[in-house]
Ligand binder design. Structure first.
Ligand SMILES: [Zn+2]
Length: 235
């Protein structure tokens, strides 16, 4: 399964062949659909059949095999036969908002000191939990820090580093909840030049300026040391 979104998150559609289709979902030989993972929801969109007609995809999940992506069709939709040619097209407006918010959460890691203990992205909203025993940041301060990094329009670049390089730099792993997959020889990291560097397999924008203005809408205490930061777009 060729995962096109890994190298090019801006690819909205691709031609593909149906490999298998059952009640759990549809598998293609290649796809632009991102499967739920790393706090980012799975893509929605359509599969346009070469012979006419289209199939709405309501969710995308990881399969049981490594690199396998399962496209979940709308309930009751007729399944395409293996070998059928399709054009797979994501709901780009939604995905782009998810990419902007996902990239913004990387910036939040640079603004707020402390280990990340959890996180979630939804359409138009994102949150990260930090282990912060000693400090109580203010909403206004964090909002200003984020918008400064966004305005500075830093380059955002995924790249691969070796397991050995990662092991030699334990500070790279900011999240306690999401352990990067070690043992395959290399790990995908996201590099926001001079701002943040950490393992991540999600989809991101190319420059921080694309995120647009954001605001911290809430900082909640979750337990004695945990603080939850909720971010929304400030359109
Ligand atoms: Zn990421």
């Amino acid at each position: 399964m060729e995962q096109i979104f890994r190298d090019n998150a801006y690819e909205r559609s691709c031609e593909a062949t149906v490999v298998a289709a059952d009640e759990k979902g549809i598998r293609l030989d290649r796809t632009v659909f991102y499967p739920m993972g790393g706090g980012q929801p799975g893509d929605q969109g359509v599969l346009r059949l070469a012979g006419g007609g289209e199939l709405r995809i309501v969710d995308t999940r990881k399969g049981e095999e490594p690199e396998e992506v399962v496209h979940v069709p709308a309930a009751g939709a007729p399944l395409p036969a293996p070998g059928a040619r399709v054009t797979a097209e994501i709901d780009w407006q939604r995905r782009y908002r998810l990419m902007r918010m996902h990239t913004c959460l990387h910036l939040l890691c640079a603004v707020v000191p402390g280990e990340v203990t959890g996180g979630q992205i939804s359409d138009g909203k994102g949150r990260l939990d930090f282990n912060l025993p000693d400090t109580k940041p203010e909403k206004e301060q964090v909002t200003a820090g984020l918008n400064r990094l966004i305005e500075e329009d830093h380059e955002v670049r995924p790249r691969w580093i070796s397991d050995r390089e990662l092991a030699a730099n334990p500070g790279l792993v900011r999240t306690m909840s999401v352990t990067p997959p070690i043992g395959t020889g290399s790990v995908r990291v996201l590099d926001i030049e001079g701002v943040d560097l950490q393992p991540c397999g999600g989809t991101h924008v190319r420059r921080t300026g694309e995120i647009g203005r954001v605001k911290v809408t809430k900082i909640e205490s979750k337990g004695r040391q945990n603080r939850r930061f909720v971010i929304e777009f400030d359109d």
